[in-house]
Design a protein around this ligand. Structure first.
Ligand code: FAD
Length: 406
């Protein structure tokens, strides 16, 4: 140990707030650099992921009409594919299937296929019978006018990935502190000096906010406005279907704002086809799961289930209202804050983008170039000067078309 109590050779102390998939990935990548002391403060317990990561059903679609998002997804998928933890894989490349139910819907898919090819993302245009047979348990051939198959897409296990990243970080020297909710970020002369919980201060040269839906509350303590809107989202699980499968493509019906997957032992389905609901998440809320909003969600789920073949429709056994983050342009908030040196933001990141984004932020923090192009488009300060109401309104307007921008 050196005189200040730090391990010898440590030149910089970094405190990450939040130990979901993003905070854990940041810790793992930071620890690959020499001379850094990395501490993760996590409000929740070690054995359960209380944030959005603990609730994500796991779709990873590589193609996005914004190229930086495609690049982050591609980089993340490559990392997830290498991960195994507790005998389970982090990612199964089962493919992603987009299904059209009208000729107009198919025309839009063909437009997307052209863009995907331009972005270097493999995609196949499918005739109706081919689309139905790519996921026969989930696609009703009578309501299918064709589809797109993205063979590089797949399903993630966010809990497996997060556990593996945490383990890798700890083995490389990171310290995870649980039940440690940050309630303050200390600064001196517009520079970060520490993060604080109710009982302790953690000196820091850099603080990274990776608190997901709690990010705005955390940044508000230093007067920073984060243009992030937590939204409620319904996802339902069916009863066990008795056949162990799980290798079928993940399915999306973009015209209906619905998606479904086979979890192996049961089906799951989510829908965006309801009035968007902003959630005023309390700074001390202990879970990203909130009470089910029956009046909004039940009709949407019933309509969504109707898209499945009759034999696969189910009575939901579990109804989840999971909260996740949205921004006014459907893109993450990644990079330094503009007026506090050493304060960084890694927010509004999907599982789809988490690892690629964490690696890119570590490169920014250590002054190294990134292979990801277009990161400036994700600058956290890009909505400066726009009112909070306008930002929320724009974020909510994009909710139904989650893969669109602005
Ligand atoms: C129902 C649902 C479906 C989804 N579907 C998909 C999908 O198919 N594909 C996809 O890519 N993504 C999906 N997502 C989104 C995805 O889950 C999230 O975007 C992602 O998990 C966010 O990770 P995170 O680490 O940023 O946040 P979180 O997982 O929320 O982690 C933030 C952590 O910060 C901690 N924290 C909060 N405040 C503090 C504080 N003050 N001090 C210390 N710690 C704090 C929390 O306890 C939490 O553990 C879905 C989400 C939900 C809810």
């Amino acid at each position: 140990m050196g005189a200040s109590g730090e391990p010898v050779g440590v030149t910089r102390s970094i405190v990450i707030l939040g130990g979901g998939i993003v905070g854990s990935a940041l810790a793992a990548y930071l620890c690959e650099q020499g001379g850094l002391m990395v501490t993760v403060l996590e409000a929740g317990p070690p054995e359960r992921l209380i944030g959005s990561t603990g609730h994500a059903p796991g779709y990873l679609g590589v193609f996005n009409e914004v190229s930086v998002a495609t690049e982050l997804a591609r980089a993340s998928a490559e990392k997830y594919e290498q991960i195994r933890y507790g005998g389970r894989a982090g990612f199964d490349r089962v493919g992603g299937l987009e299904v059209a139910t009208t000729p107009g819907g198919m025309a839009d898919l063909e437009r997307r296929a052209t863009l995907a090819v331009e972005a270097g993302v493999p995609v196949r245009v499918l005739a109706p019978e081919q689309a139905a047979s790519a996921a026969p348990a989930l696609v009703d051939p009578r309501r299918c006018t064709g589809g797109l198959l993205y063979p590089h897409d797949g399903t993630t296990r966010a809990d497996v990935i997060t556990a593996a990243l945490r383990e890798r970080a700890v083995e490389s020297g990171a310290r995870f502190v649980y039940a440690a909710r940050a309630i303050g970020i200390e600064t001196h002369a517009d520079r970060v000096t520490a993060a604080r919980t109710a009982t302790a201060a953690f000196p820091a040269d850099d603080v990274v906010v990776a608190c997901g839906i709690w990010g705005p509350a955390v940044l508000a303590v230093v007067g920073q406005i984060l243009p992030l809107t937590p939204v409620a989202h319904p996802y339902v699980y069916g009863p066990a279907h008795g056949k162990l499968r799980g290798n079928s493509a993940f399915v999306r019906w973009p015209e209906h704002h619905v998606y479904a997957r086979d979890h192996g032992d049961r089906f799951g389905l989510g829908t965006y086809d309801h009035n968007p609901l902003a959630v005023d998440i309390a700074a001390r809320a202990t879970d990203a799961e909130q009470p089910w909003v029956a009046a909004e969600f039940d009709p949407a789920v019933t309509a969504a289930l109707d898209l499945l073949p009759a034999v696969s429709r189910f009575d939901p056994e579990r109804r989840l209202n999971g909260v996740f983050s949205m921004t006014p342009d459907n893109l993450p908030l990644l990079g330094p804050t503009e007026d506090i040196a050493g304060l960084w933001v890694a927010e509004a990141l999907w599982v789809t983008h988490a690892c690629g984004a964490a690696r890119a932020l570590v490169q920014m923090m250590t002054d190294r170039p990134s292979e990801i192009r277009g990161l400036e488009r994700l600058r956290p300060g890009r909505f400066a000067g726009q009112s909070a109401e306008l930002c929320t309104e724009r974020a909510l307007r994009l909710y139904r078309d989650i893969y669109a921008t602005t």
